[in-house]
Ligand binder design. Structure first.
Ligand code: PLP
Length: 394
């Protein structure tokens, strides 16, 4: 085999060198592909596809010839529409110059960290976390520093734990409503985080991709809190709110000078997004809050099913489950780790869930269930999961 020229240490270290914790997911997938009737409660993606009218609008825009290079920071009408939605939802005046359109929330998280952190800077994030977080931080050359949000506090981060890690940090990334815990940060948590960021001159990178999926409590964007406008970068996306995961359309909302710098980044990286997808995004956003509630409704129903079934037993404890399309179930009464329990459940019941450990140390002894399959199948799978965990706990 020919030896390739040496790679940069930054590119080879993106996933930190360890296992990415998704071995279990791949085993379940392989079993399913070889014919086993595995029920997957693993994936954070809707069981419906993008609505036909949105696709028709995409088709219309493409047929109208909007297939060339589009404005690099996003087409003006989309930046305006996102700014208006942001202003309406949060009460914070927002203009198109506060908005950069990105290929999904994921690129927004990357861009926000590139804006906030220099090589070698400490970048804080909350554990349990969405699987890409540490790698996103490493990919900009910064050092990921997890701060645990513990089950005994309903997975709300505690300010004293953040204080203990903050020395030398440049940024803090939060995610409410949260994947994987389902926590929605309380006003007290958000106030504490805002105070910490101001006291230590941090950028707050607020991942709000689940902002339309709140079942209990209220979504607070920290950008609206006193003193936070100039140090908050909000990352949003149409993936979850409009079932448009594959269209790769999201944004960063922040102070104008930051967005101007990020425009330079896009000029030298993505060179913008397809105009016909951006036009379809305008169409999707103009459907308004009732459409967004319809897209979220199946998750609301399945979350309700989960709460009802949990109330009828003692073995598995409820996680906060206040928002997003997941419940993190505490299976510590079985005496097994999340990884071992997920493996047992797959072997015994052909039900695939994600081990909590794949989302960080604070989710040990838990498994994450995604509300992403049809109600009746979901109810049956949850009933079997709880009976299985109950049998192991006695
Ligand atoms: N942030 C969180 C917490 C997520 O769960 C996801 C996707 O699952 C993303 C960001 C990325 O979403 P997208 O890039 O599709 O907008």
């Amino acid at each position: 085999m020919t030896q390739h020229a040496p790679l940069s240490s930054r590119i080879t270290q993106i996933n930190g060198g360890g296992s990415d914790g998704w071995d279990h997911f791949r085993r379940a997938r392989a079993m399913k592909e070889s014919g086993a009737p595995v029920i997957e409660l693993t994936i954070g993606e809707h069981d419906i596809r993008t609505a036909a009218p949105i696709l028709q609008d995409m088709h219309r825009a493409a047929k109208a010839g909007h297939t060339g290079y589009a404005d690099i920071p996003g087409i003006p009408i989309l930046r305006e529409t996102v700014a208006r939605r942001m202003a309406e939802n949060t009460g914070v005046p927002t203009t198109p110059d506060n908005i950069l359109i990105t290929p999904g929330g994921q690129f927004g998280l990357f861009a926000a960290h590139l804006a906030a952190c220099d090589e070698g800077d400490r970048a804080l994030y909350i554990d349990p976390y969405y699987a890409t977080y540490p790698g996103t931080i490493r990919s900009v050359g910064a050092v990921p520093v997890p701060v645990q949000a513990k089950p005994e506090f309903g997975f709300q981060p505690q300010i004293r734990d953040l204080e203990a890690a903050v020395e030398g940090a440049r940024s803090l990334m939060i995610n409410s409503p949260n994947n994987p815990t389902g926590a929605v940060y309380s006003p007290a948590t958000m106030d504490g985080i805002a105070g910490l960021c101001q006291a230590h001159d941090l950028w707050l990178i607020s991942d709000e991709v689940y902002d339309t999926q709140v079942w209990d409590g209220e979504h607070i964007t920290p950008r609206a809190l006193p003193g936070m406008l100039e140090r908050t970068l909000v990352v949003g996306s149409l993936s979850k709110s409009h079932a448009m995961t594959g269209s790769r359309i999201g944004w960063v909302c922040g102070p104008e000078p930051v967005i101007a710098c990020l425009e330079d980044l896009t000029t030298h990286s993505t060179y913008g997004l397809p105009g016909y997808i951006q036009e379809a995004a305008v169409f999707a956003l103009n459907q308004g809050p009732a459409f967004e509630a319809d897209i979220a409704d199946p998750f609301k129903r399945r979350r309700q099913i989960t709460m009802e079934l949990l109330a009828g037993q003692n073995a598995v404890k409820a996680s906060p489950s206040q928002g997003a399309m997941y419940a993190l179930l505490d299976i510590r009464a079985t005496g097994l780790s999340g990884e071992d329990y997920a493996a047992r459940l797959l072997d015994d019941e052909l039900i695939a869930v994600m081990p909590g450990e794949s989302f960080g140390a604070a989710a040990a002894g838990h498994v994450r269930v995604a509300f992403t399959i049809e109600d009746a199948v979901f109810r049956d799978a949850m009933t079997r999961l709880l009976a299985h965990a109950g049998a192991l706990s006695t």
